[in-house]
Ligand binder design. Structure first.
Ligand code: NAD
Length: 483
């Protein structure tokens, strides 16, 4: 099986190779086999990409917004026409089951292109009357921007950045995760095919050093990162150095609160979605599942039964609902957390092992009797490990839910809607759900608070993060100078 792209990078409107860069193998996580190989960007490739982005930006920004939008919506339709092939590409790049990649990854990318393509022509400023004189504001593009992606939703994260950036008249150089280089590269080709001029969206490969070189370049006016908190800190520092804007979508350890009056089957489904989708490699996962004590036994029984029925298998088999982790290193990390859970006294309800098959699989795992101080309750695992914690009162669970440095997401399951709004209102998290979990349609802003990040992607409010306000005062009469 090979999926070798035409070249490692897409720069200035064409696929580009520079074999002088470090060779990075692309590993199919379900088998461990190498399916492609790319080279990290050399300084020469980075220079080409940034220079092309800078050269292309003024003309791209000067287009009628409706024309920019048309390029994005055309790309969305090209993606929809090729849905099956692209779902397969995403599965091979990430190891996620095709049953997921058909509905989640490229479809979400197409939605973002369509949504921001439509919004492009609606971006405008305001007129401010001043009694004679007046002023107006404009929302102007930032200029050259940089996107840096994580490996769990490689194409979606590229599109959630590129679509609003381009709609607003910016150009972008995007660096995917070194573990999943293929999706964004394909997106660059599709955008060019849809009419994006050379330099408007380039993709360069590489590890953290390439990301850092981009984030620190003097031509860059904004950096948007999806990644871990430690990387977020580094990127924010680099951005601050050049007074660049930054949007940071980082990690989490989100609480999911299940009250005794909840529809228990829906709550079990929400907890499973929020822990086992993409084998648990989702930033917004509700990994601390707080269950009201009176229903805990019943909740665990239903959860264990449904978890036992999860179909672990070949990601390309349509009936598979659970695939491998992204890499051997990630599997080792997750297994280390499972060992810590056992050692610190959590009760293993189901899972915890490694399926007998090639690839980087870990069984979907549930721990009960978890306490707030355990390592598995405090640190982001980024794998299929659910922690169930019992609680007694609303006040108590709010305090415990908030006792974390993270603030990405939160969820509440209850039939008492007044309580649902009251509780979610008091949990410090950016992206929350009531009687649902982990749905992230492009129409709704997505982002975290506290250490989980800065700014938002998606929704109308993303426009504020990809433009800046410029004001113009217009004098209507003579100038009243005191001299
Ligand atoms: P990571 O932080 O290791 O890497 C993210 C990206 O940053 C990669 O492309 C990497 O090459 C690059 N990078 C690394 N060091 C860099 C540096 N010094 N300067 C610039 N770029 C650098 O994260 P990961 O392991 O790829 O992804 C998992 C993490 O991402 C988890 O913490 C997860 O919660 C988070 N995540 C967040 C969201 C969100 O929207 N909030 C979504 C998905 C993943």
């Amino acid at each position: 099986m090979t999926l070798q792209p035409p070249a490692s990078h897409f720069v200035a409107g064409a696929f580009r190779e520079d074999a002088a860069g470090e060779a990075i193998p692309v590993i199919y996580p379900a088998t461990g086999e190498e399916i492609a190989r790319v080279h990290a960007a050399t300084p020469a490739i980075l220079e080409e990409a940034l220079a092309a982005a800078a050269a292309a930006q003024p003309a791209w920004a000067a287009l009628r917004p409706v024309e920019r939008g048309r390029v994005l919506t055309r790309a969305a339709w090209l993606i929809r026409e090729r849905a099956e092939e692209l779902a397969r590409l995403e599965t091979l790049d990430t190891g996620k089951p095709i049953s997921e990649t058909r509905v989640a990854d490229w479809p979400s990318c197409a939605d973002a292109l369509e949504f921001f393509g439509g919004l492009a022509a609606t971006i405008s400023g305001e007129m401010i009357p001043l009694g004679g004189d007046w002023a107006y504001t404009m929302r102007v593009p930032l200029g050259v921007t940089v996107g840096i992606g994580a490996w769990n939703y490689p194409t979606q994260t590229a599109a959630w950045k590129a679509a609003p950036a381009l709609a607003c008249g910016n150009t972008m150089v995007f660096k995917p995760s070194e573990l999943t280089p293929l999706g964004a590269l394909r997106l660059a080709g599709i955008l060019a095919e849809a009419g994006a001029p050379p330099g408007v969206f380039s993709v360069v490969q590489g590890r953290g050093d390439v990301g850092a070189a981009l984030a620190g370049d003097a031509r860059v006016r904004k950096v948007a990162l999806t990644g871990s908190v430690p990387t977020g800190r580094k990127v924010y520092r680099l951005a601050a150095e050049g007074m660049r804007r930054a949007t940071l979508e980082l990690g989490g350890k989100s609480p999911l609160v299940i009250f005794a009056d909840a529809d228990l089957d829906a709550a079990v489904g929400g907890a499973m979605l929020g822990n086992f989708y993409s084998s648990g490699q989702v930033c917004s996962n509700g990994t601390r599942v707080f269950v009201e004590r009176s229903v805990e036994t019943e909740f665990l029984a239903r959860l264990a039964a449904r978890t036992a029925a999860i179909r672990i298998g070949d990601p390309l088999d349509e009936s598979t609902t659970f695939g491998p982790l992204i890499s051997e290193a990630q599997r080792e990390k997750v297994l280390g957390y499972i060992a810590a859970g056992r050692a610190e006294g959590a009760r293993l309800v189901i899972g915890g092992g490694v399926p007998q098959r090639p690839g980087f699989y870990v069984e979907p795992t549930v721990f009960a009797d978890v306490t707030d101080d355990m390592t598995i309750a405090r640190e982001e695992i980024f794998g299929p490990v659910m922690c169930v914690l019992a609680f007694d009162t609303e006040e108590e669970v709010i305090a415990r839910a908030n006792a974390t440095e993270f603030g990405l997401s939160a969820g509440v399951f209850t039939r008492d809607l007044a309580r649902a709004h009251r509780v979610i209102g008091r949990i410090a998290a950016g992206s929350c759900w009531i009687n649902s979990y982990n749905l992230t349609p492009v129409e709704v802003p997505f982002g975290g608070t506290k250490m989980s990040g800065l700014g938002h992607e998606n929704g109308r409010s993303a426009i504020e993060h990809w433009t800046e306000v410029k004001t113009v005062y217009v004098g209507q009469g003579g100038v009243d100078a005191p001299w």
